[in-house]
Design a protein around this ligand. Structure first.
Ligand SMILES: Nc1ncnc2c1ncn2[C@@H]1O[C@H](COP(=O)(O)OP(=O)(O)OP(=O)(O)O)[C@@H](O)[C@H]1O
Ligand SMILES: [Mg+2]
Length: 447
């Protein structure tokens, strides 16, 4: 069925000869004696290739009818291959139509071998095109299903990697299993936490976000689990922890790799039983909290080093969503860039090329900052490669290294360049302010 050839020719001898020829070569063939019959068969059969005559009335030889038929077929089926059979006297018309999109022409009387070879080539090509179109249509359907069926929190994506991860995220969102989002700085981990909460069964409950790396480790425990007045120096009044605040909703634990071992033990217990105590209290509290955690650290090696509890690791990553670095999903670069750009502006082709060529060690956050900066600096409506300024910053960020963490020297350099403003230095390094603070602490760098 997939290889159906439609022959449209008013000459019965031609129809018979071609039917036999195609069937000998195991190509299914239907024939039509007139333009009307041909178009009707085209509507009713899964035709993959048309072989058509140019004249359909005994007294005409102008080829006009054939031209009209060809245009009619083109209009109905823009990609269907058409071979024209034409008299020697009308080769010029045929050549014109090939320019207009006919697949090929053969002069009558035709050469059987040549006709079969041409037909086979076109059928193969048509099949490949068809498969490509179907795959593209399937991708488009998946995308629409995601966009129409779920709240994707404004997430921009084009790559199949992201489409697949988003599919996983919305599929696991309604359950209560813990989710671990991993991936490099600024890749969009928090976006996935947003998607999970927005599509969960607790979407109308609280959504509490805690950056576990933002506070010293001992204060973090009070932050998460709460503390009674006087539980530690400086704790004047009772403090409600984030677990209590997130009861009946979602708790997003960002940079989970920074949790102290004590905190990890407590977290494991809440995950297992929903129970915990405030610091300085012996009364046990119980909550129902969906936990989504994120890290850009390699938790597996932290487990191997004894810095992260193995049992907690397995508890947290029942479902892991590994967000790829931006350079590993180049299809997302331009859609994201246009998303961050003012609607009134655009990129010229040089700018698009340099966006695609850049390594984006700071991932989507670096891209977002680059575009916002260029929008402000550019004079005209079209942003140029020079406006983006990523060539020079590319050199600078090569000190950071592709995907690796900046070393002490590049942090000091970035701080110098930023006049000691940590937020600015962090932006240029493509990392969060907290992450830079932690690196500074690690290397003993004062600003
Ligand atoms: N696919 C996306 N569509 C739209 N915006 C995005 C997308 N991915 C990331 N962003 C934006 O890029 C910025 C960084 O993303 P996000 O904070 O989610 O990254 P992250 O992986 O959590 O970063 P970090 O490692 O620093 O915590 C945010 O402003 C976010 O809104
Ligand atoms: Mg984050």
């Amino acid at each position: 069925m997939s290889e159906l050839v439609l022959v449209i020719d008013d000459n019965e001898g031609v129809r018979t000869a071609l039917s036999i020829l195609f069937s000998v070569h195991e190509l299914e063939c239907v024939t039509a004696a007139s333009i009307e019959e041909g178009l009707a068969k085209l509507d009713n059969h899964p035709v993959r290739l048309v072989v058509q005559d140019m004249n359909f009335s005994e007294d005409t030889t102008s080829g006009k009818e054939g031209i009209a038929l060809f245009h009619e077929i083109r209009q109905r089926h823009p990609d269907l291959p058409v071979i024209l059979l034409t008299a020697w006297t009308h080769l010029e018309t045929a050549v014109d139509l090939v320019r207009a999109g006919a697949a090929d022409y053969l002069a009558k009387p035709w050469d059987d071998d040549k006709l079969i070879a041409t037909a086979r080539n076109l059928l193969e090509l048509g099949e490949a095109n068809q498969e490509r179109r179907e795959a593209a249509a399937a991708r488009q359907r998946d995308r629409e299903r995601l966009e129409n069926g779920y709240d994707l929190c404004g997430t921009v994506f084009e790559s199949s990697a992201m489409r697949e991860l988003i599919t996983v995220a919305v599929r696991v969102a309604p359950s209560d299993v813990p989710i671990l989002v991993t991936g490099p700085n600024g890749a969009g981990k928090e976006k996935f936490a947003d998607i999970v909460h927005a599509n969960s069964s607790v979407a109308s409950g609280p959504f509490v976000k805690v950056n576990v790396g933002a506070l010293p480790r001992d204060l973090m425990e009070a932050e998460l689990f709460g503390a009674e007045a006087g539980a530690y120096t400086g704790a004047q009044k009772t403090r409600i922890g984030r677990f209590e605040a997130a009861d009946g909703g979602t708790l997003f634990l960002d940079e989970i790799g920074n949790l102290s071992l004590d905190g990890q033990a407590k977290l494991l217990r809440v995950l297992q039983t929903g129970e915990f105590e405030r610091l300085g209290s012996s009364s046990t509290r119980k909550v129902t909290v969906r936990v989504v955690s994120a890290t850009n650290a390699d938790l597996r090696s932290a487990v191997a080093n004894g810095e992260f509890r193995e049992d907690l690791y397995y508890r947290l990553n029942v479902i892991e969503i590994p967000v790829p670095a931006l350079r590993d999903r180049p299809d997302d670069i331009l859609p994201l860039a246009y998303h961050f750009l003012d609607a009134a502006k655009s990129f010229d082709s040089g700018a698009e090329d340099s966006l695609l060529a850049h390594a984006w060690s700071g991932n989507v956050r670096e891209l977002e900052n680059t575009i916002r900066r260029a929008s402000l600096l550019s004079q005209g409506d079209a942003i140029t490669a020079a406006d983006l300024g990523i060539a020079e910053r590319g050199l600078h960020s090569s000190a950071v290294g592709r995907g690796s963490e900046p070393d002490a020297e590049s942090i000091i350099h970035a701080l110098d360049l930023a006049g000691g403003v940590v937020a600015r230095a962090a932006r240029n390094l493509g990392m969060s302010r907290q992450a830079l603070y932690r690196r500074m602490e690690k290397f003993g760098i004062q600003k």
